[in-house]
Write a protein that binds this ligand. Sequence first.
Ligand SMILES: Cc1cc2nc3c(=O)[nH]c(=O)nc-3n(C[C@H](O)[C@H](O)[C@H](O)COP(=O)(O)OP(=O)(O)OC[C@H]3O[C@@H](n4cnc5c(N)ncnc54)[C@H](O)[C@@H]3O)c2cc1C
Length: 483
Amino acid sequence: MKDYDVIVIGAGINGLTVASYLQKAGLSVGVFEARGQCGAFCDTVELGQSGFLHNTHASWIVPAMSPAMADLELERYGLDLRGCDVLFAKPFRDQTNTLLALDSTWTQSSVARHSEHDAAVVAKIGAYQAEHGGEALEINRQMVFGAPTVDLADRVARFNDGLMRALDAPLSGDDIGRMTGFEILETLFESEHVKTLPGALGEFTGQWPLNRRVGPTVIGLAGFNPMAVHTAKGGSHALTHSLVKCFVAHGGEIWTTCPVEKILLEKGRAVGIRLSEDALIPGEEIRANTVVSNLTLVPTFLRLLGEEAIGAEWARRIKYFNYDDPQLLGVYWALEGDPVFASAKYDPGIQRCWVGYFGGDTLDSIRTIQAEAATGVVPSQTMGGWFNFTRADPTQAPPGCHTASAWMSVPPRPRRWRSKRLKGWNAWRQGLGEALADEITDLYEEFAPGFKDLIIERHINTPMDQENSNPSAIRAPRRSAGI
Ligand SMILES: Cc1cc2nc3c(=O)[nH]c(=O)nc-3n(C[C@H](O)[C@H](O)[C@H](O)COP(=O)(O)OP(=O)(O)OC[C@H]3O[C@@H](n4cnc5c(N)ncnc54)[C@H](O)[C@@H]3O)c2cc1C
């Protein structure tokens, strides 16, 4: 096989993005992917009946915020982002709801129905962010797509100094930087119907309000601003497909069913790869000037390089990399109709929304489940995110039918659920996923009566299923006892 300027190990969306930029810049790039297809965690699959497409991992995708969208002309390569005019909705057990809409006056009035005070706060944050829109966008891009730097932290603090002055709040940007998201939401808002929407969004976006130092992100969410988050026509894998097409159109080469076994080193420098004996070209060695890994820390450093290359101290550090933060349990339904939320009687706008969060009517309840999930306990109260993809993109189901899914944050190695003791990772082998999926289905029924009558089929994706579907997600050293 020929040599390349650059080899990229793994054809996930990140590997394909770097490969496309480099190929487009004139280098010759070869991408080597273990599975038979690209984009493990940005996949869309028929889990059962044909025509029902399920986004088993990345669901709420953000290419519209990324410079790659324009740089790599992803629309030209088939990426057609889809959304709704209501961007996020939180129904409540009192059969009201709070909506975050594309049109900020709609959002304002939704918030004002719960609290005039909170609507005024949202308006002030929105006005400040609009006035400093360029700076907000640049900070957001750096936070999402760049490395964290001291300069960025200072820039965020200065931005929030101004915001606090605009709100007449006795806080500085540095204070915000030290606070938890919950502290900020308690400080700003009075209504639980308002506080819980950014609280839920923080969990959704991985910026858990429970944690210290997420204050700057959560205060951004507290502005209830429109977000450039989408599904894609045909499902999330349309993003993977567009990157593949872009890369290939510029002359790049992708080798699927080619797991890489080793990164080859000469004088301490990566000079190529060796494929595994299971690969399409077993044991083949391919050389390159640069090798890029799209894999997570442990597979890259402990398996592909190995302790002999990185030294005992680094190997020990990497063995202790934390893979035990909460993960998502996903439940997927094929439906014969569009579920109707009970709170549609209060504001029918919720029916025009494809993503939201249910359960967690109070900030305290969201705090409780986050603290539980972060400490190895399966949340005692069932709550989480919901998606009705087909409202934004009807092509993800046969005509007249729909798909839906819901997420719940869970510890990957749970030790307890309510009064029941669990055996860590083995709990997923012992039916915990089914039991939780039953609760999530009941939750959907509670918020959208008649939901269960629409179900054609149901599928579950536990943290163990996710790990089994993606060799980059598999931890090392392997857990001998499975717990
Ligand atoms: C349940 C879940 C839900 C998520 N939801 C969202 C969401 O809604 N929005 C969002 O933006 N993000 C979401 N994410 C995160 C998002 O999916 C990932 O950030 C993104 O897909 C990661 O892409 P990647 O290219 O870094 O890695 P991956 O997709 O993991 O790609 C790595 C690739 O390397 C391959 N590989 C592994 N080992 C080898 C080897 N030895 N040799 C060759 N190839 C190898 C794998 O097969 C894989 O294709 C979610 C993640 C999960 C797990």
